[in-house]
Ligand binder design. Structure first.
Ligand SMILES: [Zn+2]
Length: 87
């Protein structure tokens, strides 16, 4: 399967984009673990965000991202996402 052809919707701007243009955040309820850019073996409820500051900021407004992931807020999550943006 060609990964480049997989489109996902950004939780912030609602645009469909190639998977590779988005950051994936996944929460695995069984492990009670949240991961940014997990490998394909880590499954769970996921959200996608465009790799830009405005979409990352918007995802955290009104705790939107936590509502989508159905988790309590995580103080480190925004910083982890921004660290991926800087890579
Ligand atoms: Zn976006």
């Amino acid at each position: 399967m060609d990964e480049d052809n997989i489109y996902r919707r950004c939780v912030s701007c609602n645009e469909l984009r190639p998977r590779t243009d988005l950051i994936k955040i996944t929460f695995n309820r069984a492990l009670n673990e949240l991961r940014v850019s997990p490998d394909s073996k880590f499954v769970g409820r996921s959200v996608y965000i465009c790799k830009n500051d405005s979409c990352v900021s918007a995802a955290f407004r009104k705790s939107k991202i936590y509502k989508y992931l159905r988790i309590k807020s995580d103080n480190n999550l925004e910083e982890k996402i921004r660290a991926v943006l800087r890579d």
